[in-house]
Design a protein. Structure first.
Length: 404
C-alpha cells in the first residue's frame, strides 16, 4: 500500500507532521479529513523510503540498541504527553533515516486511529511479537506508561548481558586468532628460510627440526587444500544444522560441554526468568508469554523444553513443576519459581532468580577467562619455543662438529 507524508493542522490548531498508508492520495486526504485535520501539504513517500530507509536486502529494521533507545524514550514521553505527540517527537529527533521511517510508519497508524500494538504490526521485523503483546497488554489495562517502563528496563538488562558476553569472549577469541596467525607465519614463511641454511650440511638433523620442517613443508605446499577443506566442512555443517534432528543433537551436545553448556543454559534461563517476570508484572498470561518467548530461543533443546512447558501449563500444571520436568533449567530457578507461586509473588521471585543467574554468569566468565587467557599464552609460547628449538639445535650441532 502506498505511503503519504503530510503536514496538517489539527482541530486544536497544532501542526502535525506524519505519515500514513492509503490506496490513493484522495483516500489519504479522506482519512485526515475524518480526524478534522486541515491539510497543508501531502506528498507520496514511496521513493523516500527506498532512498533512506531500505538496504540492499529490503527495509532496515530497528536493531536491539535502537529498539531499546526507542522504548526508553517512549516510556519517558508517554508519562507527560499524548502517544501521537510522543511518537512524532521521537521520530523527528532521531538522526538515522531508517529509524525515522520505521517510527513514522507506526505514527501513521496512530493517526489513522489504530492502537499502538496494531500500528507496530506494520513493522513486524522491528517490533517482535513478544514486544507487541506486552504493549497490547498495557493498552488493554490502561497501564501503557508502566508497561513501556518495564519493557525499557527489560531491554536494557538484556543489552547489558549481551555486552558482557561479547566483552568476555572478545579478548580470548582475538588472542587465539593472533596465536594461530603467528604460528602459521612462522611455519610457512620463517622456517623454510632458515632451513635453507642447512641444506648443504651432510649431517642428519635433530628429530624436532625434521618434524618442524615436515609440518612447515606440508603447510606451505597444501595451505590452499587445508583452507578449502575447512570451508567445505563449514558448509556441510551449516547445511546439516538445517535438519531439525541434527540441530537438536548438536545443541544437546553444546549443553553438555563443561563450560560452554553451563554458559548457554544460564544465559537462556536468566533471559526467560527476566522476561516472564516482566510479563507477570504486566498481567500478561504466562502461557502466552512462554509461547512468544519460544521463538526467541536459538538452542533447539531449550526451545523444545519451553514448548513442553507451555503444554504442561495448559494441561493444568504449575510453572515450577513444568520447569523441573524439563530437566534443563537450573535448580535455583525452579526453587525460586515454586516459592513465588506459593507466596503470590511470582514476578518478584523470577526477577530475583534472573539476578542470581546473571551474577553467576559474571562470576563464571571471570573465572573461566582467568584460566583461558594464560592457557592460550602458554600454548602459543610452547609452539614458538618448539620452533625456536628446532632452529637452534642444528646450529648447536654444527658448532660442536666445528669444535671437534
Amino acid at each position: 500500500m502506498p505511503h503519504f507524508s503530510y503536514t496538517a493542522i489539527d482541530p486544536k490548531g497544532k501542526e502535525k507532521i506524519g505519515r500514513l498508508s492509503a490506496d490513493s492520495a484522495d483516500a489519504a486526504r479522506a482519512k485526515l479529513a475524518e480526524r478534522n485535520f486541515y491539510i497543508v501539504k501531502m506528498d507520496a513517500a514511496q521513493g523516500e523510503e527506498s532512498k533512506t530507509g531500505n538496504s540492499l536486502f529490503g527495509p532496515r529494521k530497528l536493531n536491539s540498541k535502537e529498539l531499546t533507545l526507542f522504548t526508553r524514550q517512549l516510556s519517558s514521553l508517554v508519562q507527560v504527553s499524548p502517544l501521537e505527540e510522543a511518537l512524532r517527537t521521537i521520530g523527528g529527533q532521531n538522526e538515522k533515516a531508517h529509524v525515522r521511517e520505521r517510527i513514522s510508519t507506526v505514527h501513521g497508524g496512530i493517526i489513522e486511529g489504530q492502537r499502538l500494538a496494531e500500528a507496530m504490526r506494520r513493522e513486524p521485523t522491528s517490533f517482535p511479537p513478544l514486544y507487541r503483546a506486552m504493549i497490547a497488554a498495557g493498552e488493554s489495562s490502561g497501564t501503557l506508561p508502566d508497561i513501556t517502563e518495564r519493557l525499557a528496563d527489560l531491554l536494557e538488562r538484556q543489552a547489558e548481558m549481551r555486552g558482557k558476553l561479547i566483552s568476555a569472549l572478545a579478548y580470548p577469541v582475538v588472542l587465539a586468532l593472533v596465536a594461530i596467525l603467528v604460528v602459521a607465519l612462522l611455519m610457512i614463511a620463517v622456517v623454510p628460510k632458515v632451513v635453507e641454511q642447512f641444506d648443504s650440511v651432510n649431517q642428519q638433523l635433530p628429530f624436532v627440526t625434521r618434524l618442524v620442517i615436515g609440518i612447515s613443508d606440508f603447510l606451505a605446499s597444501w595451505w590452499w587444500a587445508i583452507a578449502a577443506l575447512i570451508a567445505a566442512l563449514m558448509l556441510i555443517g551449516w547445511r546439516a544444522l538445517k535438519e531439525p534432528k541434527v540441530r537438536y543433537r548438536f545443541d544437546g551436545f553444546l549443553l553438555r560441554l563443561p563450560f560452554l553448556g553451563r554458559l548457554m543454559r544460564d544465559l537462556n534461563a536468566a533471559r526467560l526468568a527476566r522476561t516472564l517476570s516482566t510479563m507477570v508484572a504486566s498481567r500478561l498470561p504466562i502461557i502466552e508469554g512462554l509461547r512468544l518467548t519460544t521463538g526467541t530461543i536459538n538452542n533447539a533443546v531449550l526451545r523444545k523444553a519451553t514448548e513442553d512447558m507451555v503444554e504442561a501449563i495448559r494441561g493444568g500444571g504449575s510453572l515450577s513443576k513444568a520447569l523441573k520436568n524439563t530437566g534443563v533449567f537450573p535448580p535455583m530457578l525452579v526453587y525460586l519459581t515454586a516459592s513465588g507461586e506459593a507466596s503470590g509473588q511470582l514476578d518478584d521471585m523470577l526477577a530475583r532468580a534472573a539476578d542470581y543467574m546473571e551474577r553467576e554468569f559474571d562470576n563464571f566468565t571471570s573465572t573461566a577467562l582467568s584460566l583461558l587467557e594464560p592457557l592460550i599464552i602458554v600454548v602459543l609460547g610452547g609452539v614458538v619455543a618448539v620452533v625456536i628449538l628446532a632452529i637452534l639445535l642444528p646450529i648447536l650441532q654444527l658448532q660442536n662438529l666445528a669444535g671437534l
